[in-house]
Design a binder for this molecule. Structure first.
Ligand code: COI
Length: 356
C-alpha cells in the first residue's frame, strides 16, 4: 500500500466544457502523480502535486540514452456516474516487462494500479463524457542520474499525467489509410519492440512522415529480417478478417502485446469466431485481396480503440479493403469494447475496474 501525499492546486484550470473539441493528448488536468526511485531505498515519496514543469539537470540520463518507458490507459465515466479503468493490471504487468528489458527497477503491480486510481480520483471531474471521449492516462518512468556514461541509472522518476481526449485519429471511427513500409524497420527480435519505450516511437517517425506526405495516416511495419511478415502499426496492433477467420500477427518479441489486442482475441473467441495468431506475409494479404478473401482490416490500441483500415498501400499497389468503409466485425468489436469500457453492456470477463 502506497502512502500518497496530496497537494491540491491553488489555481485550478478551466475544465473543457461538454462538446468542446479535445483532440488527443493536448490538454492536461490540474494534478500529476510522482514517485522517486533511489538505489538502496527503492520507490519512495509517492505524491500527488499540482501539474507542473519538471526541473532536471541537462545531464539527466533520459535525455541522452533514452532510458525511459511509458504506458497508455484510459478512465471512463459510466452513465451511473462511476469512474472506471479498463484492465489496469495488464498495464501494470506490461510496465514491468518493459522495465526488465530497459534495466529500470520494477514497480509492484498493486502500487502501479493504486497510483493510477489515486490520481484519476483527484482529477475525476476532468473525465469527459461526450461520445468517443475519455481521460487518457499516461504513466511514464525516466532515468534521472546526472551522468553521461552508458549504464543503468540509479535514480528514476515515475510520473502519471492525465489528458481529457477525443479520438486518436482526427477521422474518428472512419477508416484510415495505411502505408506498408518497405524501407525502414521498427524492431527486430531480441530488440525492444515488445516494450513501450520512446525509442520505438522515435524510430518510427521517418516512415510516418513519408506515409503522411503520401496521404496515409499510419505505417504498417514489416518484420526487420525478411521484410515480409506483418508486425504492427506502431500506435496499434493489426487484425485481418480473411475468408471468415480473424488473423493477427503472433507475439514474437518485436510486437507490442496490446491490451486491446488481447481483449479483441478474447471477444472474438467468445463469439465462436476462428482466431489465428500467426505469421502473415504481405504476399498472403495481396493474394487474399486479389481473390476477394480479404474482408476487413482493423487496428486495435488504447488510444486508437478499434480503427478500421479502408486502404492499404504496398509499393505501387493500393488496395481498397471491402467497400472502403467500416466492416461489420470491426463495428461489432468497437461497440462491444467501448460498451464494456463505458458500462453500457455486461462485462463477462471482469475487465472494468471501478474506482471507489
Ligand atoms: C496507446 O494506445 O495508449 C499508446 O500508447 C500509443 C500511443 C502511440 C498513443
Amino acid at each position: 500500500m502506497l502512502n500518497i501525499t496530496v497537494e491540491k492546486t491553488k489555481t485550478p484550470k478551466q475544465i473543457p466544457e461538454k462538446g468542446a473539441a479535445l483532440g488527443f493528448g493536448k490538454i492536461f488536468t490540474d494534478h500529476m502523480f510522482m514517485m522517486n526511485y533511489t538505489e538502496g531505498k527503492g520507490w519512495h515519496d509517492a505524491r500527488i502535486v499540482p501539474y507542473q514543469n519538471l526541473s532536471l539537470d541537462p545531464s539527466s540520463m533520459v535525455f541522452h540514452y533514452g532510458q525511459e518507458m511509458f504506458e497508455g490507459m484510459k478512465a471512463y465515466k459510466t452513465d451511473d456516474g462511476k469512474t472506471c479503468l479498463f484492465r489496469p493490471d495488464m498495464n501494470a504487468k506490461r510496465t514491468n516487462n518493459t522495465n526488465k528489458r530497459l534495466c529500470i527497477p520494477e514497480l509492484p503491480e498493486e502500487d502501479f494500479v493504486e497510483a493510477v486510481k489515486a490520481i484519476v480520483k483527484v482529477d475525476e471531474a476532468w473525465i469527459p463524457t461526450d461520445p468517443g471521449t475519455s481521460l487518457y492516462i499516461r504513466p511514464f518512468i525516466i532515468a534521472t542520474d546526472e551522468f553521461l556514461g552508458v549504464a543503468p541509472s540509479k535514480t528514476y522518476l515515475f510520473i502519471i499525467i492525465l489528458s481529457p481526449s477525443g479520438a486518436y485519429y482526427a477521422s474518428g471511427l472512419n477508416p484510415v489509410g495505411i502505408w506498408i513500409e518497405d524501407e525502414f524497420v521498427r524492431a527486430v527480435r531480441g530488440g525492444m519492440g515488445f516494450t513501450k519505450t520512446g525509442g520505438n516511437y522515435a524510430c518510427s517517425l521517418a516512415a510516418q512522415v513519408k506515409a503522411h506526405d503520401a496521404g496515409y495516416s499510419q505505417v504498417l511495419w514489416l518484420d526487420g529480417v525478411e521484410r515480409k511478415y506483418i508486425e504492427e502499426v506502431g500506435a496499434m496492433n493489426i487484425f485481418f478478417k480473411i475468408d471468415g477467420k480473424i488473423v493477427t500477427p503472433m507475439l514474437n518479441g518485436s510486437i507490442l502485446p496490446g491490451v486491446t489486442r488481447d481483449s479483441v482475441i478474447h471477444l472474438c473467441k467468445s463469439w465462436g469466431m476462428d482466431v489465428e495468431e500467426r505469421k502473415i506475409s504481405v504476399d498472403e494479404l495481396i493474394e487474399a485481396q486479389n481473390t476477394g478473401k480479404l474482408e476487413e482490416i482493423f487496428g486495435t490500441g488504447t488510444a486508437a480503440v478499434i480503427s478500421p483500415v479502408g486502404k492499404l498501400r504496398y509499393k505501387d499497389d493500393v488496395m481498397v479493403i471491402g467497400d472502403g468503409g467500416i466492416g461489420p466485425v470491426s463495428q461489432k468489436i468497437y461497440d462491444t469494447v467501448t460498451g464494456i469500457q463505458l458500462g453500457k453492456i455486461a462485462d463477462p470477463f471482469g475487465w472494468r475496474v471501478v474506482i471507489d
